[in-house]
Design a protein around this ligand. Structure first.
Ligand code: SF4
Ligand code: SF4
Length: 474
């Protein structure tokens, strides 16, 4: 018998209590220092306990705070990650309808800069038919309960015919097989209309994520059109038009120059009639990578220059790259603290936001989550579409040795037990961090991308909230 390595504790001296959480079982409680003292005694190998203590021990065992042995716990974690990896309940596809974008964000390589859009790939209807066939094959192999398709880009609304076709065709395929379809769109919001929402709603439209990079002035500076015209007002008007029809998620990319404008954005959103229709708000840092690397014609779904191309905004999971910093990032410390600060500000205004703990492991750990580029190339996650040689296959089944080599590299990623992580308490919710960030920064996607500090801040904040909302426990 020993305490779980996944226990985390936050002392709450003002209450003379300790917040105790287990990141594997997700049990959380407010306990007296006697309980943590008991855990310490068990750790030291003590075996004699009173009747009350035994009762407490039983409850701690039941909630995963005490385990039989380190080996048992390791085995349970491996089983958990294996089940996640091989899960067939859901088939998830992120589809890049195009790499073109109608914005000219200063921090983004993609978009309406120079002749980028002229060469950026766009999926043809013929390719979309190929995608539908490939999805049909996956549905027939896996027999999932749920199919989730997320339209992404570039700007996905620049290729409506492909989006409509795939939403409709996949819905029909799902209907024939008794599978529920959910469709999501990640868009800059400029071209969003009621017609688009009406068109997709019968095919399982489930949510639209729109990016606002700060308050009106800041957003207009960060996300302008090619001619520097602002986009904020138009996006807000578009949200107003559709908010009664579909859940809206607001995302945002912040850096040192923009982060302080986010509370004003939150105040602004709070005043809008659609405030109660916002299903989630989650802001992420813009991460800087060490050197320019992404060639034209590929999607920079990772940071690509010292000027700060976004690593975030590419990540569907809000874990890893998108939500934490990077080891070469010159604002790492800033990022962890500002993430916690913005979550707090968001929550204060009554908007739902992730708690910063239950962030992963991300979809790279799932075999049945795929990203498909506009040319039909397959990737393990959206973050790797910035590097075509990281494609692990193609929807037409072609066999390229370089894709097979990439698939082998990713196969090794599926182990959550990175040696460097040792006995870290956050492995169940982190899995070693974002592989895209590791790949970008060090060239080694297998290295951990560690932001333990961000988890610690998030647990401390959760402890405070729990203390405020519960009278007492244990
Ligand atoms: S590896 Fe990074 S970018 Fe890819 S899904 Fe995971 S957190 Fe997101
Ligand atoms: S990357 Fe860091 S926080 Fe994540 S599991 Fe490894 S050591 Fe823990």
């Amino acid at each position: 018998m020993q305490p779980s390595i996944f226990n985390v504790q936050v002392p709450l001296p003002e209450r003379n209590e300790v917040f105790l959480m287990n990141t594997f079982s997700d049990a959380q409680l407010l306990a007296s220092p006697d309980v943590t003292g008991l855990l310490d005694r068990i750790k030291r190998g003590e075996q004699t306990f009173g009747a009350d203590e035994r009762e407490t021990i039983d409850s701690l065992v039941e909630n995963g705070f005490i385990v039989e042995s380190r080996d048992d716990e390791q085995q349970a974690l491996t089983t958990y990650f294996t089940a996640m990896r091989e899960d067939t309940e859901q088939l998830r596809v992120t589809l890049l309808t195009t790499l073109q974008c109608n914005f000219a964000c200063d921090y983004c390589f993609q978009g309406d800069h120079g002749d980028y859009n002229k060469f950026a790939a766009k999926m043809s209807m013929e390719q979309a038919e190929g995608v539908a066939k490939w999805i049909e094959g996956r549905l027939d192999t896996l027999h999932p309960e749920k199919f989730v398709i997320t339209f992404f880009g570039g700007e996905p609304l620049l290729n409506l015919p492909v989006m409509y076709y795939l939403a409709e065709r996949c819905y029909a395929l799902c209907q024939e097989r008794g599978v529920r379809q959910f469709a999501n769109i990640i868009t800059n919001g400029l071209l969003l209309t009621r017609e688009i929402v009406d068109r997709l709603t019968p095919y399982g439209l489930n949510g639209i994520k729109i990016t606002l990079d700060g308050d009106r002035d800041t957003h207009n500076r960060m996300r302008p059109l090619r001619g520097k015209q602002g986009t904020f007002d138009r996006i807000i008007e578009n949200i107003k038009l559709v908010a009664d029809k579909v859940p809206i998620t607001i995302g945002g990319n912040f850096d040192e120059s923009s982060v302080d404008s986010y509370p004003d954005l939150l105040d602004f959103l709070k005043e809008q009639d659609f405030a109660d229709k916002i299903s989630k708000i989650n802001f992420k840092p813009i991460i800087k990578a060490p050197a320019p690397s992404t060639p034209k014609g590929t999607i920079p779904l990772m940071a690509v220059s010292g000027e700060g191309k976004p690593l975030n905004g590419t990540c569907m999971t809000s874990a890893g790259a998108g939500s934490v910093g990077s080891s070469v990032c010159d604002s790492c410390h800033f990022v962890d603290e500002k993430m916690a600060y913005l979550r707090d500000e968001t929550r204060k205004r009554g908007f739902p936001t992730p708690d910063g703990i239950h962030m992963g492991p991300c979809e790279i750990h799932r075999l049945n989550a795929h990203t498909i580029g506009p040319d039909g190339s397959l990737y393990v996650c959206p973050g790797f579409t910035g590097d075509p040689k990281e494609s692990t296959g193609h929807i037409d089944g072609r066999q390229d040795p370089w894709r097979e080599a990439a698939a082998d590299r990713f196969e090794r990623l599926l182990s959550p037990h990175k040696e460097e992580c040792g006995d870290c308490s956050y492995i169940p919710v982190c899995g070693g961090g974002c592989s895209v960030a590791s790949h970008t920064e060090s060239g080694d996607m297998h290295a951990p991308n560690c932001h333990k500090g961000a988890f610690e801040l998030a647990v401390a904040a959760l402890a405070q909230r729990t203390a405020e909302s519960f009278e007492h426990a244990v």
